[in-house]
Design a protein around this ligand. Structure first.
Ligand SMILES: Cc1cc2nc3c(=O)[nH]c(=O)nc-3n(C[C@H](O)[C@H](O)[C@H](O)COP(=O)(O)OP(=O)(O)OC[C@H]3O[C@@H](n4cnc5c(N)ncnc54)[C@H](O)[C@@H]3O)c2cc1C
Length: 433
């Protein structure tokens, strides 16, 4: 069997890897000049800046871990202790560890009554049936009851539990108001809180896609070759890309859903392309302020998270503490990650200025950075609002024979989602064949 895979992000690379592992002929088309998509690294003056993804999340990324083990790469992951300071509206700081949810309960701002309420809410979630995997859209759909995360959290964890635990977590992970989010992911994470652990590949998260390609000998990889069209051709398909026509038996379509809708417009019903186009994405920006000489070598915590959404930004990260080789020796870079709603009224210059103010507030006065990089995605993170998982999951059954979809949007942003869905699409294709 010969298959085409469209898109060389983690979803497409995982699909291509799985098909090659089973001996199928695969041509992978990627529009950019390298694989990685929103996990790609940007190299500049000795800094390795993640254009998007920053870290992997341990035991809640089971398929990513399994594939990295198959590739013999798992041992290379560098652990990140993620010492965290939660910053109150008045500047008061509390210590916690991002990957140890229970450490948040030690914050003195929480009263015994708060702690009891949070512990009871978490315990109830642990015993209640719920999603077993955090990034399996079909599984999440079963427990997506329609309530949003904001109302669930305030009802179950209380005001302070929400402001000091749910807001910092989800502000860092998704940077949108919690009322936009289904609680299914949070429920799944709560059920596996003890499996959370953060790590980074030695050259940044973008290396995962490089490893997948290296682990797929015989893969026909076409970089800088965007797919323009997919048409039906007898029992198979013709993929038009880079001015060439490629006849294949099957296609895995793994770019963002708006592009997938354009490519599939003549092959599926309009309701299906509408579901793809309606999939919600957030405007998302982060700024990397890069210093060749570290101005704050003694600052202990590597992540600062606001306890509420009163600031424009949802996280500040010291890159040298996340992973030393992300910066040149003796250097530092601060990533400032913004909430989505304020971006609507901010120019790119405002975003950079606000990032400088965030750095001043969190780390104190420092020299001018040697350079500043702004990453602004008009469609940054797929956002799972209530009902999202079921709507998107129904698309699989609406594809014509030989066409499969993959991408993080079937669950929500996070490298495990595209790896899970890319592997699933390839396995479904192999089974059908
Ligand atoms: C700022 C930011 C921070 C993030 N932080 C984290 C994190 O810390 N941890 C984490 O796990 N996840 C994180 N994520 C999420 C993670 O990056 C995504 O979930 C993941 O990249 C999605 O993979 P994908 O393959 O579905 O899509 P993408 O990565 O978007 O890949 C899609 C690919 O398709 C290509 N393409 C598009 N059109 C065509 C075409 N016509 N023909 C051929 N190719 C095409 C694109 O160029 C792209 O390479 C972050 C994302 C962002 C934006």
């Amino acid at each position: 069997m010969k298959a085409a895979v469209v898109g060389g992000g983690p979803a497409g690379c995982a699909a291509a890897y799985t098909l090659r592992k089973h001996g199928h002929e695969v041509v992978l088309f990627e529009a950019q000049d390298g694989v990685g998509g929103r996990t790609s690294q940007v190299l500049k003056d000795g800094f390795s800046l993640g254009s998007g993804a920053l870290f992997l999340m341990g035991g809640i990324y089971p398929r990513t871990n399994a594939i990295l083990k198959e590739l013999g790469r798992y041992q290379e992951l560098v652990a990140w202790d993620a010492e965290t300071e939660v910053i109150d509206a008045d500047g008061q700081r509390y210590s916690a560890k991002f990957d140890q949810v229970m450490s948040f309960l030690r914050m003195p701002v929480l009263t015994w009554r708060d702690k009891l309420r949070i512990a009871t809410g978490v315990a109830a979630q642990l015993v209640r049936p719920g999603p077993k995997l955090c990034f399996d859209g079909a599984e999440l759909a079963k427990y997506d009851g329609g309530e949003n995360l904001e109302s669930w959290s305030r009802r179950v964890l209380g005001e302070r539990g929400t402001n000091y635990i749910t807001v910092p977590y989800m502000g860092f992970l998704y940077a949108v108001p919690m009322s936009w989010l289904s609680p299914a992911l949070f429920h799944a994470v709560v059920k596996q809180f003890y499996r959370l652990a953060l790590s980074v590949p030695p050259k940044g998260v973008g290396q995962v896609c490089d490893w997948l390609v290296e682990g797929s000998p015989g893969l026909d990889l076409r970089l800088s070759t965007p797919v323009d069209k997919i048409t039906q051709d007898g029992a198979g398909y013709t993929v038009t890309a880079g001015g060439e026509r490629h006849p294949v038996d099957a296609v895995i379509v793994a770019p963002e859903p708006g592009v997938a809708a354009d490519l599939l417009v003549d092959l599926v019903e309009p309701e299906s392309t509408k579901k793809l186009r309606d999939c919600m994405y957030s405007d998302y920006a982060h700024v990397q302020l890069c210093y060749k000489r570290n101005p704050w070598p003694d600052h202990r915590a590597s992540v600062a998270l606001p306890a509420n959404m009163e600031r424009d930004w949802g996280a500040c990260v010291l890159l040298s503490k996340r992973h030393p080789s992300a910066v040149p020796e003796g250097g530092e870079a601060v990533g400032v990650y913004f909430y989505t709603p304020p971006l609507e009224r901010m120019s790119d210059e405002d975003i950079v200025n606000s990032a400088r103010n965030a750095v001043l507030e969190v780390y104190g006065p420092g020299p001018e950075p040697d350079f500043v990089e702004l990453f602004h995605y008009r469609r940054g993170l797929s956002i799972a609002n209530p009902g999202h998982y079921g709507t998107l999951d129904s698309l699989h059954a609406e594809m014509p024979p030989g066409v499969y979809l993959a991408g993080d949007y079937f669950a929500h942003a996070g490298v495990e989602a595209p790896i899970f869905s890319g592997e699933l699409a390839a396995n479904r294709l192999i089974q059908a064949h």
